[in-house]
Design a binder for this molecule. Structure first.
Ligand code: CTP
Ligand code: MG
Length: 235
């Protein structure tokens, strides 16, 4: 049997500056559980996921172990490691503690509404294409503007997707891509696919996500997130 070893990397080492709250946003409560709980739960409950690497700030390790992992019985969390200053450094730290893994799904811990369908679709696509990302068609018109705030171009909306996580890769390929990045760090690395696109010759496949799979970033997103959660409970 050709059983593949599939790990999720859940990123929760950010400071959440745009949220402007006392508690880092991934630990803020949504209903009666911290935001980070929801994505860990989705990976824990998906039978294709073999293990989880959780990346957190150094002062939050104990809280995560006691108040999240043990409390909710997340048995798939193999390691809780310390992240870096930038998101890409947190990802790299996780890639460096993994071995014997075929595929990794890299996910923002501040994105609580990923679901089983997305995880299954991503796994199916990464097995075929080696790299895949989740996205939804852009609803708004997008403009490229210059430094004076003047519109430069208007890309055809049919070609534009808003990109979410998880982003999934063949482990060996994303590790090589990140090794290259770390030798010569770039500015404005906003997602893992960008590293993969710049550092390898492989193409990246889009998997249709859902508009609910938001990243909680600003205080307004908390209101939005609570209403998404309430609507799921009402289902
Ligand atoms: N993240 C991380 N390590 C970092 C920065 C971010 O693990 N050095 C994680 C965050 O915890 C979050 C995800 O990456 O789950 C997406 O990042 P973002 O939404 O930008 O979160 P923050 O960096 O925490 O927020 P902000 O940019 O507003 O400070
Ligand atoms: Mg950030």
């Amino acid at each position: 049997m050709n059983k593949k070893n599939i790990f999720a990397i859940v990123l929760a080492a950010g400071k959440g500056k745009r949220m402007q709250s006392d508690v880092a946003k991934q630990y803020m409560m949504l209903s009666d559980k911290p935001i980070l709980y929801y994505s860990l739960k989705a990976f824990e409950d998906n039978s294709a996921i073999d293990g989880i690497i959780l990346v957190v700030g150094k002062d939050d390790i104990q809280y995560c172990i006691t108040d999240i992992i043990k409390k909710y019985g997340f048995s798939k969390v193999h390691k809780v490691i310390i992240g870096g200053k930038e998101r890409y450094e947190s990802v790299y730290n996780a890639l460096c503690v993994i071995d014997n893994v075929d595929y990794v799904l890299i996910h923002d811990g501040a994105r609580p509404f990923l679901n089983d369908i997305i995880i299954d679709d991503v796994i199916c696509a990464v097995k075929e294409y080696k790299a895949c990302i989740v996205g939804v068609p852009t609803k708004d018109t997008i403009k490229v503007i210059n430094s004076e705030g003047i519109v430069d171009t208007t890309p055809n909306r049919d070609t534009l997707y808003q990109i979410q996580t998880p982003q999934a890769f063949e482990y060996q390929l994303i590790k090589i891509a990140y090794d290259k990045l770390m030798m010569k760090p770039l500015k404005n690395v906003t997602d893992d696919s960008m590293v993969f696109e710049l550092m390898t010759n492989h193409s990246v496949r889009i998997v249709e996500g859902c508009y609910d799979n938001i990243k909680i970033t600003t205080p307004h997103d908390m209101i939005f997130a609570q209403s998404i959660l309430d609507s799921k409970k009402a289902d």
